[in-house]
Design a protein around this ligand. Structure first.
Ligand SMILES: Nc1ncnc2c1ncn2[C@@H]1O[C@H](COP(=O)(O)OP(=O)(O)O)[C@@H](O)[C@H]1O
Ligand SMILES: [Mg+2]
Length: 306
């Protein structure tokens, strides 16, 4: 299975390029295209209403727009349930009261998005391609960074948890047998739920990071022949490099006779930053027409590289 992320500044044509690629790939392969951008336009590109449901567009092409708000709420509720059941003995920990505030907490949206991606990749083995149309650059880089950020935190938490268990064990040895009414808190690493969950979390994020950095994943960066789009691309290239994510293709979209000079300038700047294949797509005067079997024509070269 191949996993593609279409990234770039708002308005450069990410959704259009992702949709065109999905459409063309679906002539030969089974393709799922998922929009993660809160400002969805995938449904519009394909001329259908999606409402967060996965929809069969043709036998080999499925489309979905993920409702990030809804995903965040579900993610938070799930985490609260896990916390409450792990710490059943702490009566004072009633997180439900904080739910309405926690949903605004920084990081929730990023974790929710990442969980959505992880679930899609894990459960959708029947597709040859999963294509993600991404949200704005800042948010995209933050959720793509999360596996590594999380592993760093979880490692620290594992250390702290082991210290807690050691202390509990010492107390247990000194105090000896407990009376019947007293709750026995685990002190053994083998049966501590918190430690087990931390280790499982670490494994999951390690596996996800392996997938994101691996051969089967490709990030496509779309830009336009203009300076603002160049600046944002520079930030994206740097960010993706820091995260060691596989940027594999540049698309310079909306090139015309008039902006050719700027296109050359922007492209040479981008090429200097990273040695990755670059393809041009011209600004098309044609209307998007999926029913007639074509979106904006994108060169066959692009498809063969995905
Ligand atoms: N190659 C192209 N030729 C003509 N119009 C294009 C082309 N690529 C994108 N567009 C138009 O540009 C606008 C923004 O494209 P979109 O794919 O929604 O951008 P993004 O997803 O990056 O925000 C849309 O109106 C789209 O139809
Ligand atoms: Mg878009």
């Amino acid at each position: 299975m191949r996993i593609l992320f279409f990234t770039g500044k708002g308005g450069v044509g990410k959704s259009t390029m992702a949709a065109a690629a999905a459409w063309q790939l679906s002539q030969k392969y089974r393709v799922l295209i998922v929009s993660l951008d809160p400002a969805h336009s995938l449904g519009d590109v394909f001329g259908v209403t999606l409402n967060n449901e996965r929809r069969r567009f043709t036998d080999s092409l499925y489309i979905q727009e993920i409702d990030v708000q809804k995903l965040s709420k579900e993610y938070l509720q799930r985490e609260i349930n896990v916390l409450s059941s792990t710490y059943r003995y702490l009566q004072a920990l009633n997180l439900d009261n904080y739910f309405s505030v926690l949903k605004y907490s920084p990081g929730i949206e990023e974790y929710a998005l990442l969980t959505g991606i992880e679930e899609t990749i894990r459960t959708e083995g029947k597709f040859d391609y999963i294509i993600f149309d991404t949200p704005p650059t800042g948010l995209t880089l933050r959720f793509l960074a999360l596996p590594r950020v999380t592993i760093t935190w979880v490692d620290r938490l594992i250390q702290i948890r082991r210290k807690i268990l050691e202390k509990r064990y010492t107390i247990h040895r000194i105090r000896g047998a407990l009376s019947k009414e007293e709750t026995v808190l685990s002190y053994d690493e083998g049966d501590d739920d918190v430690l087990k969950r931390l280790r499982r979390l670490r494994e999951n994020y390690q596996a996800l990071n392996g997938i994101l950095q691996g051969e089967s994943c490709a990030v496509v960066l779309v830009f336009n022949p203009d300076i603002l789009s160049l600046k944002e691309s520079q930030r994206l290239i740097e960010g993706l490099d820091d995260l060691r994510l596989p940027l594999r293709l540049f698309i310079d979209n909306k090139v015309t006779e008039e902006n050719k000079e700027t296109a050359n300038h922007v492209e040479s700047n981008i090429r200097n930053l990273k040695d990755v294949p670059l393809e041009r797509v011209s600004l098309s005067g044609a209307l998007l027409d999926h029913k007639a079997g074509r979106l904006y024509d994108i060169p066959e070269n692009i498809i063969s590289m995905l």
